[in-house]
Design a protein around this ligand. Structure first.
Ligand code: FES
Length: 163
């Protein structure tokens, strides 16, 4: 059994990946790395070592190429996170418009530091670099959805809506 099929999540995604591959020229396997990683993360919630091995075997591309993509794009996660992923932009525009206060509020409310997950597994809190929405700072991404012009009150309302 090859590595791609031994990984059951990857095996589930294979029909979709095969359809994707048919849309690319034969010698463009590298172009499939990012969309495949994105789909794996959507399903698993993070990228496991076995996913990297399965993807490298299926494409095929050198494993290091996948590792490079994972280390460059901070959107990819290499470990499990909480049920809801909270990311607060900490770049200049957001900092000037209160992201440090937002972070302090979140740390106090959730009882975790940046990078931490609440004891009940509901929330993981992280900071991130510029989200390209500086005009609506401060900005948060919650479960891959942008929330702009944020305030402590808006954060509280948002968290209250999440299970
Ligand atoms: S600095 Fe936060 S979105 Fe650009």
């Amino acid at each position: 059994m090859n590595a791609a099929v031994a990984n059951s999540l990857f095996a589930d995604l294979l029909p979709e990946f095969d359809r994707l591959r048919r849309r690319f020229p034969a010698d463009f396997a590298s172009s499939l790395v990012l969309p495949c990683l994105r789909r794996i993360q959507e399903r698993r919630g993070w990228i496991a070592d076995e996913d990297i091995g399965a993807l490298a075997a299926w494409l095929p591309v050198p494993r290091i190429q996948i590792e490079e993509a994972l280390s460059f794009y901070t959107q990819f996660r290499r470990a499990p996170i909480g049920r809801h992923h909270l990311e607060v932009c900490r770049n200049v525009s957001c900092s000037m418009r209160g992201s440090e206060r937002l972070l302090a509020h979140l740390r106090a409310r959730l009882g975790v530091a940046e990078g931490g997950t609440t004891a009940d597994g509901r929330f993981t809190l992280r900071t991130c670099e510029c989200l390209g929405s500086c005009g609506t700072a401060p900005v948060m991404v919650v479960d891959d959805e942008y929330h702009e012009n944020m305030s402590a009150e808006k954060v509280d309302a948002l968290l209250g809506r999440l299970d």
